[in-house]
Design a protein around this ligand. Structure first.
Ligand code: EPZ
Length: 440
């Protein structure tokens, strides 16, 4: 397993471009199971994307890498990516619709595999998907997904850790979500596209990634109203066709670099930044003393000389994103004054705090609340990454710590950030990836 070695204190200056959004690309890729094919661009070179393309291959979807290489997609290894083997542009077609099983060994590595359930049920009327287990940040059940499909006419049983589902044909109905679940909304939306009649999803997630999926489906002939709101109305159609869709920029990667700029920017400009969908983060950073220069799809930010504390509550969009909670903590840790973070989305999303406290932060956790005493001087340490966004928070902590920080298990970060160490190094950070064979 690779490690990052970071020597803190280097200023970050210049330009960085964010990649396509993992959490938009994943549902859009799985939507190819609805049939009709798809040409998709701006797909980031990430582990989770490779896993999704491998799972789709297993389910009879052929992915051809464009432009140039017409070779069918193979799970590119990072070496191939380094040699530019990853164009980020694919044509996908449903070559074979006979299979319907998403095996455990693929689903266990990526919870988002649950997103194949809705489209498989809608198109192939059968699905057998390994039940995604919990993960470190929470139990993360999928009851809301399953309850909705039962209401739409699916027969669902859980058998030896698998979701076994079949239907004579999904029928549209009203779905009232108890919580605006992101992948739940996406799963039900995709199923509704081919269901008979009208489906209304109330209390739907409004995350921009849900909107990106809906727009891609609409471009393929789906009939969806209320896109971007908490009430989606879908008129089922017999089938959809292909389209060319470029995935939106990754707002969480953009937010991560924005915090990096607030910590060390001299200045730092983030390209592919849509401030209208990161307002809650920008408000919090402004409260801490940050100032921004926004222009078209970029924003420039400088290091905050004397950051102030702040209070944030993570919430479904458009609230403060839970996926940005770990990244803002290092700035709070060094701020003049205290801060509080209330994590309302997941029940155990403070695993990074213990590691940050080992670096000298003063953060107390009481249930879903983190109380941050500011004024810390972080010291480099050997720390363990535990999940994707926790890893990003530890990288930011390492960038401002005195001395060297070694982050183990960076495969977590590779799930959601495209070669983050390359992007940071280009900005002036002293960060190196040490491959396992070379790591002592
Ligand atoms: C999506 O996860 C994202 N993943 C997560 O990003 C993100 O943190 C999360 O939304 C919240 O924004 C993808 O889009 C692939 P939820 P998802 O369903 O859909 C509970 C990352 O770092 N719940 O909105 O799984 C659940 O337990 C990842 O990129 C149920 O109880 O999140 C949680 O407490 C991490 N029953 C809350 O709702 C259900 O059936 C929100 O979960 C579904 C959800």
């Amino acid at each position: 397993m690779d490690r990052f070695h970071i020597v803190g204190g280097a200023a970050l200056r210049g330009d960085v471009r964010v990649s396509g959004a993992k959490n938009a690309a994943l549902p859009i890729l799985f939507s190819t199971l609805l049939g009709g094919g798809l040409e998709i661009g701006n797909v980031p070179a990430l582990r989770d994307i490779r896993t999704a393309l491998s799972l789709l291959g297993h389910l009879g979807i052929q992915a051809v890498s464009l432009p140039g290489g017409e070779a069918p997609f193979v799970a590119l290894d990072s070496a191939a990516e380094e040699s530019g083997g990853w164009s980020g542009h694919f044509r996908l077609s449903d070559a074979d619709e006979s299979s319907y099983e998403a095996p455990y060994d693929l689903v266990r590595t990526m919870r988002a595999s649950i997103l194949c359930l809705g489209p498989l049920l809608a198109r192939r009327k059968r699905a057998r998907v390994s039940l995604p287990g919990g993960c470190l940040i929470g139990a993360r059940p999928v009851d809301m997904h399953l309850n909705a499909f039962v209401r739409m006419g699916a027969n669902i049983s859980i058998d030896h850790g698998y979701i076994d589902a079949n239907t004579d044909g999904l029928v549209g109905c009203d779905i009232h979500l108890p919580y605006p679940t992101v992948t739940g909304t996406e799963n039900i939306l995709m199923a509704a596209v081919l269901a008979k009649g009208t489906t209304c999803i109330f209390n739907a997630a409004q995350e921009p990634e849900v909107t990106d999926l809906a727009i891609s489906l609409q471009s393929r002939g789906a009939r969806i109203e209320g896109i971007g709101t908490s009430s989606l109305r879908i008129e089922g159609v017999p089938e959809i066709s292909s389209c060319v869709h470029n995935v939106m920029w990754d707002r969480i990667e953009a937010g991560t670099f924005l915090v990096a700029g607030a910590l060390l920017g001299e200045p730092l400009t983030v390209h592919g930044f849509d401030s209208s969908i990161l307002m809650s983060l920008m408000v919090a950073l402004s409260e801490m003393g940050a100032s921004f220069e926004s222009k078209d799809s970029s924003v420039t930010v400088r290091r905050i000389d004397s950051p102030k504390g702040a209070s944030i509550r993570t919430e479904p969009y458009p609230g403060f994103p839970t996926d940005m909670q770990a990244q803002i903590l290092p700035l709070m840790a060094i701020a003049n004054g205290s801060s509080t973070v209330v994590e309302t989305v997941f029940e155990n999303r403070f695993t990074h705090v213990m590691e940050m406290n080992r670096m000298g932060a003063n953060i107390d956790i009481h249930g879903s609340r983190a109380f941050v005493r500011g004024g810390a001087v972080l010291e480099g340490a050997s720390v363990m990454a535990s999940d994707l966004r926790a890893s990003a928070g530890l990288v930011l902590a390492g960038l401002i710590a005195n001395g060297e920080t070694v982050i183990q298990r960076v495969y977590h970060i590779d799930r959601g950030y495209e070669r983050i160490e390359r992007k940071l190094e280009a900005l002036g950070a002293r960060i190196k990836r040490v491959r396992e064979e070379a790591a002592p």
